[in-house]
Design a protein. Structure first.
Length: 271
């Protein structure tokens, strides 16, 4: 087997590896598994920064954990008071946000029952129940019953069945609500940071949200997908709509498959 030094030279990830060494316990087996230089026997219990405890159940968990805690793909300033997490998955971002923004209330939405249970478990293990509100439903353009596709993919890649698709026996029924109704229920008039990673449903959700509601968001970290759920929508159209809600693009990266990471920030009020 190639040793770790060879992998570092090949992919240029020494800074990431050093960050992982400071962040994870056990660091070496997790790093080797992430670099595909070793394997893990799941489940694996992990300590983060000597403070947080999580349990990994599949390789996708390690990938998500690495992106959030090592690559720091979501920026937390530390002074946020309200953070919205759409696509909560098993709670890794919610934990990261709670750790780095000690005065923030975090609202994390995850519709899949088993995945939601893991989110709640991670929140409870780390004693963040007083600041993290776990929401067991999807955020969609219209409230009601919807379905998550039953295809055999990691939990972090599961997506809503679109209105024009036929529901199959393997699809999972879930409940959904609109973003506006959630903000009204919890009396949220300002969102300091919103993270949206919902596998193509970002178009449906955000395009159905009125500009006046979008104007409550100070910063939006958005993953824009190019899959069947996103069929018929365009990134340009979504950005134009978000612009009507006072949000301007500050960074945008798109890969060869059409997946984009976008950061938008609320425009300063005119003087």
């Amino acid at each position: 087997m190639k040793n770790l030094t060879q992998y570092v030279r090949k992919i240029g990830r020494l800074p990431e590896i050093l960050t992982a060494a400071r962040s994870f316990e056990p660091a070496i087996p997790l790093t080797l598994a992430y670099l595909e230089a070793g394997s893990l026997a799941y489940p694996v219990d992990v300590r983060l920064h000597g403070r947080l405890r999580v349990r990994l159940m599949e390789p996708e968990d390690l990938k998500i954990l690495w992106h959030i805690f090592v690559r720091k793909c979501y920026e937390i300033a530390g002074d946020e008071r309200v953070i919205l997490d759409l696509g909560g998955n098993v709670g890794f971002f919610a934990l990261y946000a709670a750790m780095n923004a000690p005065h923030a209330r975090i609202f994390s939405a995850e519709p899949l029952p088993a995945t939601f249970n893991r989110l709640v478990e991670h929140v409870e293990w780390n004693r963040f129940s007083n600041r993290v509100t776990a929401l067991n439903y999807a955020i969609t353009g219209e409230a009601g019953q919807r379905y998550i596709g039953g295809e055999d993919v990691p939990t972090g890649q599961k997506r809503l069945v679109t209105r024009h698709q036929d529901v199959t026996a393997s699809d999972i029924p879930i409940q959904s609500r609109t973003l506006t109704s959630v903000l009204e229920e919890y009396n949220i008039d300002r969102i300091d940071m919103a993270k949206v990673d919902i596998e193509g449903s970002e178009f449906e959700v955000l395009l159905a949200t009125a500009p006046a509601v979008l104007n409550r968001i100070a910063r939006l970290d958005l993953e824009v997908h190019n899959n069947i759920t996103a069929k018929g929508y365009t990134l340009d159209g979504l950005i134009r709509h978000l612009h009507t809600g006072g949000l301007d693009v500050t960074s945008l990266e798109t890969d060869e498959e059409g997946f984009s990471q976008v950061r938008l920030v609320r425009k300063p009020a005119p003087r």
